[in-house]
Ligand binder design. Sequence first.
Ligand code: MN3
Length: 205
Amino acid sequence: MYPYKIVSLPYALTALEPYIDSRTLEFHYGKHYVGYIENLNRVLAPKTEYHSYTLEQLLKDPVKLDEDVRQQIINFGGGVYNHELFWQILGAEHDQKPEGLLAEALVRDFGSFEKFQEQLTKISASWFGSGWGWLCVDKAGKLVIMGIGNQECPLSKRLYPLLAFDVWEHAYYLQYQNRRAEFIVACWHVINWRAIEQRYELFLK
Ligand code: MN3
């Protein structure tokens, strides 16, 4: 709820090394993510009718928002939500694998974990321009993979996001320059599957 506050990283800046180095993470978190928070608060400041909304409420039905702030809320609000999800689904314990109900659902909906990984890698690596590669759950409980441009949040498409790869250049340029595909390979090593399983179980409740 307004005013939005910076959420602490749930691990040290060095926790994702060597896959994501501390300098890359420091700029991504400290400049880009913090910038979305500041801009969202600035846009919402005069819009007192939205001050009691949660971030999810702001993002789920953009057509209902006032036109003069709609696109900015999609951009900055989505930027806040998407990055807070991204920090949460990465972690200090590297090379985890999904387990339990989520592991079963990945096999059910994609054939195997490897096929799921291949599809999400492909869509994230080949996405044109700025955006995110997503694993979401739809209303029927089916897992879906998609690319979405800019900072638009899957909540606005009636999807509940579980895992995301940030493929904006700001996410990887310091360490990987233009080599987005290498960054995505690196991200797979630092996925916090325990956090994603918790999100999935929360959705199922
Ligand atoms: Mn980013």
